[in-house]
Design a binder for this molecule. Structure first.
Ligand code: T4K
Length: 361
């Protein structure tokens, strides 16, 4: 029998004994935080697993975005996508910058590179695209625009651990990528995140920013820093979960492909497309013909205790209590018609079949 209710996701957790085994060392050492040995090990192991240059583990994905803006010393307008979680925009605002919304490609659901240049002004300092649901952005087109106009690129890679472009982790692109290790992500530390950069100087600067701006010998404050540290207890969970990361990703890919195979002939549905690179299959979004049809389906699913999520609804440019409205018709339209279906390790194939059956009927 299926375990009901079924939510959009469920945290992937290593066996408890494996986590507690790692925790024993924390108890022995008494070191709970301040870039302890487990945080350092997690950073090294994530770099090895994903073939990354440098990874700075931090307390959540929103702080990772803020730290990226801070490290690049940005002040001005940052062009970003309206089809995202509010954190992308709150990070820009908390760092004293102004979000400028660029509409999305209706197929990839990522920022549309063809629409970026028209938004560049003499105040623009950076582009902050999101690899939405792990689908890689058109990183070449975005970098070409950034190079032409002397702009920085920060990728919001909250969803993108495991996504690749030309065989490389998508986290290696841009000046800095910021990812999330939140409970709902493919790899989690309960709360957590990370900044990824190829630039050694930026890597060390991010480490200092994370730790109040201390100099390496702690005799001085050399950066405008804050507290972005990940704890040893969270790092221990990350290390335990990292062992299962590939298995978890493969399992999601199997279930993703099952959804796609059995829903793609439904003429009323469309699906997100990856045009450049491979996504990590961490979400399964479905785009309905109309909001009315989405709501009808959502209600049917809820009747059987299945709770998909309307990521991302509404389009962030319409949150007028925090940003002035800037029209983005494609994002506003798709936001109303998109639903993310349940996708996680413990989800049974029979549950996927049931969800498909309800949607197709
Ligand atoms: N940029 C983007 C593009 C993002 O999507 C996000 C976060 C960020 C930046 C910022 O990263 P963080 O600062 O969060 O690291 C979730 C997450 O809180 C958030 O991390 C995520 N994106 C966003 C898309 O979704 P909710 O509102 O869906 O959480 P909730 O509590 O409704 O959880 C959904 C389902 O997940 C639950 O029904 C059951 C399961 N779950 C949840 C929690 C909290 C678990 O199994 N275990 C748990 O501990 O926000």
């Amino acid at each position: 029998m299926s375990n009901k209710p079924i939510f959009v996701t469920r945290a992937s957790l290593a066996p408890l004994e494996e986590y507690t085994e790692i925790l024993k060392g924390v108890w022995e050492r008494g070191i709970l935080t301040h870039n302890g040995p487990l945080v350092q090990q997690l950073e090294a192991d994530i770099c090895a697993e994903l073939n990354l240059s440098h990874f700075v583990a931090v307390s959540n994905g929103t702080i990772a975005l803020q730290m990226a803006i801070k490290a690049l010393e940005l002040q001005g307008e940052i062009i970003t996508t309206p089809f995202t979680w509010i954190a992308t925009v709150s990070a820009i605002k908390w760092e004293g910058c102004t979000p400028v919304f660029c509409d999305i490609d209706p197929e990839t659901l990522n920022i549309d590179p063809a629409k970026i240049e028209a938004l560049i002004t003499d105040k623009t300092v950076a582009i902050m695209p999101v690899h939405v649901f792990g689908v890689p952005c058109d990183v070449d087109a975005i970098q070409a625009i950034a190079d032409k106009h002397g702009l920085k690129v920060i990728y919001d890679a909250a969803h993108a651990i495991g996504s690749t472009y030309q065989g490389k982790s998508i986290l290696e692109f841009g000046d800095i990528s910021a990812t999330s290790l939140h409970a709902t992500k493919l790899l989690n530390t309960a709360e957590g995140g990370g900044c990824i950069t190829k630039n050694k100087g930026l890597f060390h600067k991010l480490q200092r920013i994370r730790f109040f701006g201390h100099s390496d010998d702690k005799t001085d404050i050399v950066e405008d820093g804050f507290n972005g540290k990940l704890t040893e207890v969270h790092a221990a969970l990350g290390l335990a979960n990292l062992k299962y990361h590939k298995q978890v990703a493969e399992d999601r890919k199997r279930k993703y492909n099952l959804y796609l195979e059995l829903l793609q002939n439904n003429p009323e549905l469309t699906f997100q497309k990856s045009k450049t690179g491979e996504c990590n299959y961490s979400y399964f979004p479905v785009i309905f013909e109309s909001e009315e049809k989405l709501l009808k389906t959502e209600n049917k699913l809820k009747e059987t205790q299945i709770y998909p999520r309307r990521y991302f609804y509404p389009s962030v440019n319409t949150y007028t209590k925090v940003v002035p409205y800037q029209p983005c018709p494609i994002s506003e339209d798709i936001s109303k018609r998109i639903l993310c279906l349940p996708l996680y390790w413990e989800l049974k194939e029979e549950d996927v079949q049931q969800i498909i059956q309800i949607i197709n009927s």
